[in-house]
Each structure stands twice: as structure tokens, then as C-alpha cells.
Design a binder for this molecule. Structure first.
Ligand code: SF4
Length: 392
């Protein structure tokens, strides 16, 4: 049914992924541009619609090995609702016997009981959006929880039996220094998470924080300092036993890498359900409408909530393969790339490769092209150089 070709180095990532978007948050963080609303009055109708949308895909010829419940803040739903969603997925889709089932939670929205319920529902990976252990940072980011809440959520998750806990952290916050960021990271490490995602604060257009930054309400961290924090994050976490497998993602071991997120970077199909969720299979990317009530109406009338789709041209796929490959520490699998596109990577990008190699930004080894430490900071501009290359 779909063109499913897998990078030869990681065959288990051939299985597809299910993403479920829960579009509710307690409060909107001023930097966030994910789709979510703070009015939860339609939560029940939404959960029903979500199950109806999932049923539209029953019989899909894909075998799934990940289920990722993200958002928004999935933990604002009742544990019984999360349980119902997971059960529905298992009743409709072919899922392997050892799936990775992740839920994203916000520390301000869980209790020991809710975490135990998630675990009993089969969730085996939990991703906790903590962002910082410094109260002034949490205030600036508009988070609903305290630093202590973040620590407590990790402890409760551990007590509930989670052996795969991820923490999201954020750096590049105005006023931050290398020292204060590393203290924040050290605090995170004391909780011994299996996974860490460290994102640089960015000011996405349309967000309140972007507007405030433009108005001069605050000054962003100088770019050079933010870039240096990026470098020190990798150095610090690698020194502490974490593997950096993607620009922002670190795992304590190979098994603790996010199996689901790796699909996004490896051309592996995934189907997204819920408002604003994206799907990808073969060469087609599609996305659902955002508005929760519009989404519910569409689905209840038996119509697909897909709002748009695009079929990637061969050239777009090549550029995407370069961009997604370079985001990963292991880099682009040249053999896979050549087979998939019936070209020779080193021929079509010969000038770009030679220029970037001379500058010490990329290297080719063991049939892979990857960024050097210096190159990782410049991911976007390096990708732009590949985009400008002539693809035959
Ligand atoms: S809790 Fe997460 S999804 Fe919700 S607004 Fe904040 S950052 Fe965005």
C-alpha cells in the first residue's frame, strides 16, 4: 500500500507510528506555537470524535510499534479517557507485541494516582515538560508548575513503575549564563532520567513572546551565547553518559532513544489523529484541521478532518532526507539514500560536501555523512547549502 523503505541500519524503525494530539492545556505558554486551547468544555466530545477518526483508518495495512500521545497536555484528560484511547488504538490497528507507548505530561496536571493509571493502561514511556528548575525561568516561560512540582512528577512517575522517563528542558532564556544553564541541567540529571530533550528557546512568529520580544519588552540572549550553550549542552550530557542522537535529544542508552521520534527523521510512516495532527506515508504528507469544534463536527458527520496534503517531489524528498539525516548524530545513511533516490549522494552534492568538509562542518565515514560538533550549531545554514546545490 505505501512505499515503506527503511534505513538498513535500523530495521525495527520500519514499523509505523501512531500520533495522537490532545489539544488542551491549562494555560497557554507564551512561547508555544503548538495547537492547543484552554477551554476544555468540548473534551468529552473531542475524545469521542478522536475515536471516530481512528476508526476511519481501521484496516490500514501498516504494522505499528509506537503510540505517542502528545499535545497540548494529554494529562488534562481523565486517566479513563486516556485508557479508552489506547484501548481503541489496540482494537483498530495491528500493533506489535512490544510497542513503545508514550504520554506527554505537564507536572502541574498529574497525581500519583493518574500516573499509576497511565502505567496500568500500558503507557511505558513518559515525557515530562519541566523546561527548567529555576523559578524565574518558569515564570518567564509562563509555566503553570514550580521547580519542586517538576521534581515531584519525576519521583511519582518512578514510583508508578516508569522505567523510561524523559524530561524536556529549555535553554537560551534571557539572562541565562553558561553556569546557570549547566546548574539547571545538573539538577535534571540528579533525577536520573533515561531521556532528555533540550530545546533552545525560539521566538515563533504569532506567539505572545515573539510580539513582546519585538516590542522590546525583553532582550533575547545574544545568538553567540545561545550557540555556545548548544555546544556545552552536548559536551556536558555526553560527559555524563548520555548519547546525543539528534540535535536536541539525548538518551542514556540505545534502547532509551525515542523510537517514535526517530520515525519523523527517517521517512518512516506515521499517522496522526486529532486537531492539527500531521501524517506521513510514502511521499505524502497530510495534516488535520486545527479548530477543535470544527474537527469534531467534521468527524461526527463522517468526513475526514484532513485539511491539506502535499506529495513531495523527488527533489523535496532529497532535501528532506538531507535535513532529517543531518539532524541525527549518526547522519545520512549514504547507501540508503543512494538506493532510495537512485543517485550517488557524493556526486550530486560533490561541491557542497567538499566545501563543508574543508570548513570542518561535516564528515563522511562508514558510508554516512554527519555534522561535526562545530557543524551541529550551524544545522540550518548547512542544510541551506545543500538546498542550493543542483540536484540532477
Ligand atoms: S503546556 Fe506545552 S503544549 Fe501547552 S501551551 Fe505550554 S508548551 Fe504548549
Amino acid at each position: 500500500m505505501f512505499d515503506v523503505r527503511c534505513p538498513k541500519f535500523e530495521p525495527n524503525t520500519c514499523h509505523a507510528g501512531i500520533y495522537i494530539h490532545i489539544p488542551f492545556c491549562v494555560r497557554k505558554c507564551p512561547y508555544c506555537n503548538f495547537y492547543s486551547i484552554t477551554d476544555h468544555s468540548l473534551a468529552k466530545e473531542f475524545v469521542n470524535a478522536l475515536k471516530l477518526e481512528m476508526a476511519m483508518y481501521s484496516g490500514v495495512e501498516l504494522l505499528f510499534d509506537t503510540l505517542y500521545i502528545g499535545g497540548g497536555t494529554p494529562s488534562v484528560l481523565e486517566p479513563a479517557e486516556i485508557d479508552g484511547i489506547i484501548k481503541k488504538a489496540f482494537s483498530l490497528f495491528q500493533i506489535t507485541s512490544d510497542p513503545e507507548i508514550t504520554i506527554e505530561i505537564n507536572p502541574g496536571t498529574v497525581t500519583p494516582g493518574s500516573l499509576e493509571s497511565f502505567r496500568q493502561s500500558g503507557v511505558n514511556r513518559i515525557n515530562i515538560g519541566i523546561q527548567s528548575f529555576k523559578e524565574s525561568n518558569l515564570k518567564f516561560l509562563g509555566r503553570i508548575h514550580s521547580a519542586e512540582d517538576g521534581k515531584t512528577a519525576v519521583k511519582w512517575a518512578r514510583n508508578a513503575g516508569f522505567e523510561n522517563i524523559g524530561i524536556d528542558m529549555m535553554y537560551g532564556i534571557p539572562g541565562e549564563t553558561e553556569k546557570s544553564w549547566l546548574i539547571d541541567l545538573e539538577t535534571a540529571l540528579l533525577l536520573e532520567p533515561e531521556h532528555l530533550s533540550c530545546y533552545m528557546l525560539t521566538y515563533e512568529s504569532g506567539t505572545r513572546m515573539h510580539k513582546e520580544m519585538k516590542n522590546g519588552t525583553f532582550s533575547p540572549l545574544p545568538e553567540s551565547l545561545a550557540a555556545s550553550l548548544f555546544g556545552s549542552t552536548g559536551d556536558f550530557l555526553e560527559k555524563n553518559g548520555y548519547i546525543q542522537y539528534e540535535t536536541s535529544n539525548f538518551a542514556r542508552s540505545e534502547e532509551k532513544k525515542s523510537r517514535h521520534n526517530i520515525k519523523y527523521w527517517s521517512f518512516i510512516p506515521y499517522i496522526g489523529f486529532g486537531p492539527s495532527a500531521h501524517s506521513f506515508y510514502g511521499t505524502r504528507r497530510s495534516w488535520n484541521r486545527q479548530n477543535v469544534s470544527g474537527y469534531i463536527k467534521k468527524v461526527e458527520s463522517g468526513t475526514s478532518p484532513v485539511e491539506g496534503k502535499e506529495d513531495l517531489t523527488r527533489e523535496q524528498q532529497i532535501i528532506e532526507a538531507v535535513f532529517l539525516g543531518l539532524r541525527q548524530k549518526r547522519g545520512i545513511d549514504i547507501g540508503f539514500f543512494n538506493d532510495k533516490f537512485n543517485v550517488r549522494f557524493e556526486d550530486i552534492f560533490s561541491e557542497t560536501i567538499s566545501g563543508l568538509t574543508k570548513k570542518g562542518l561535516i564528515f563522511i565515514r562508514d558510508d554516512r555523512c554527519a555534522l561535526t560538533g562545530k557543524g551541529m550549531v550551524l544545522l540550518d545554514s548547512i542544510c541551506a547549502e545543500f538546498v542550493c546545490s543542483e540536484i540532477g
